[in-house]
Design a protein around this ligand. Structure first.
Ligand SMILES: [Zn+2]
Length: 308
């Protein structure tokens, strides 16, 4: 939603709290102290964040077990941040969010983004992709440059020292699932086993898998439990023959991820890369911002989350 719609929907802090509480407890709530079930929501009068049990007269926080649990900030700020993250196609930096919200500390804005990304990463895709999927890998990191002491520039593409990310796209729906593929114990990047395990996480049996000519995809030609049908595209010849054999869908997703990394985040360490990849995948999977707002709020409410 745009900013006008946002402030119309949430003119005060209480509106924001009510919206979160109603989303969380749409089927009523159980008092954590006496176990009594309430179908109507009783807010504590002095603070809407607290709910009240009229059986045992106790009160408890409505935000326990959500990404908002330990926050001292206004929840309206949180909802505004969630909306901004969803509409910023290439992502939003912590500093930008700090400016947008008029926050004093950068740390607070950064923590917000981290938790929103965490919620985005909890979306489940297990065994849902079918028919035709494309799989491809990309490398995220700084530009290949000559460093002190190195004689040659580091390579582009395969053989680079950047971090590989593997993505799978379902052709019919355009949904994407991507995972950072760190080298295995022997230091081998993108082994056949690793690629197969990523496919197995999301694809149903008998899915047609389009790949480029990376030798590791050869594992798909052997016997796999899920009986994938493997189509290999020779990029040295052509990118599409007009017969639907291509990996262009996933490559256009990489283009958006890379614009975000170059333009907004500049540097992402390999350790935290998965969180950013989750963010981009989430936005690509939920292009209708209005619906995504509700969906993401649901995820944020649903994840019992470690404190960031
Ligand atoms: Zn009670």
């Amino acid at each position: 939603m745009n900013q006008f719609e946002f402030f119309e929907k949430f003119p005060t802090e209480d509106n924001a709290i009510d919206f979160i509480v109603e989303t969380k407890y749409k089927d009523g709530y159980v008092c954590p102290k006496c176990g009594c079930v309430h179908h109507r929501i009783y807010h504590q009068k002095y603070n809407h964040r607290y709910l009240y049990c009229n059986n045992c007269k106790s009160e408890f926080s409505a935000l326990t077990g959500t990404i908002f649990e330990h926050t001292h900030l206004d929840l309206r700020m949180w909802l505004f941040a969630i909306n901004l993250v969803l509409i910023a196609r290439k992502g939003i930096s912590g500093l930008q969010l700090q400016r947008e919200l008029g926050m004093v500390s950068y740390k607070g804005a950064f923590r917000m983004l981290k938790l929103i990304r965490y919620a985005m990463g909890t979306e489940a895709h297990k065994d849902t992709f079918e028919a035709i999927v494309e799989i491809d890998e990309t490398y995220v990191g700084g530009k290949p440059r000559k460093r002190n002491g190195e004689k040659k520039k580091s390579k582009r593409g395969r053989g680079t020292s950047k971090t590989p990310v593997v993505g799978v796209v379902e052709r019919s729906s355009g949904r994407i699932y991507a995972k950072v593929a760190l080298p295995n114990k022997e230091g081998k990047k993108l082994s056949g086993k690793q690629l197969l395990s990523i496919l197995d996480e999301v694809c149903k049996s008998n899915t047609t898998v389009m790949t480029d000519q990376l030798s590791s995809y050869g594992i798909l030609d052997g016997k796999s439990d899920r009986k994938y049908i493997h189509i290999k595209i020779d990029h040295s010849m052509t990118y599409s023959l007009g017969d639907g054999k291509h990996t262009n869908t996933i490559e256009s997703c990489w283009a958006i991820l890379k614009r975000g990394v170059y333009g907004i985040y500049h540097h992402i360490s390999a350790r935290h890369l998965q969180e950013y990849v989750d963010e981009f995948c989430y936005r690509l999977n939920h292009r209708d911002v209005g619906r995504a707002f509700k969906h993401l709020l649901g995820l944020g409410i649903g994840c019992v989350c470690a404190r960031a």
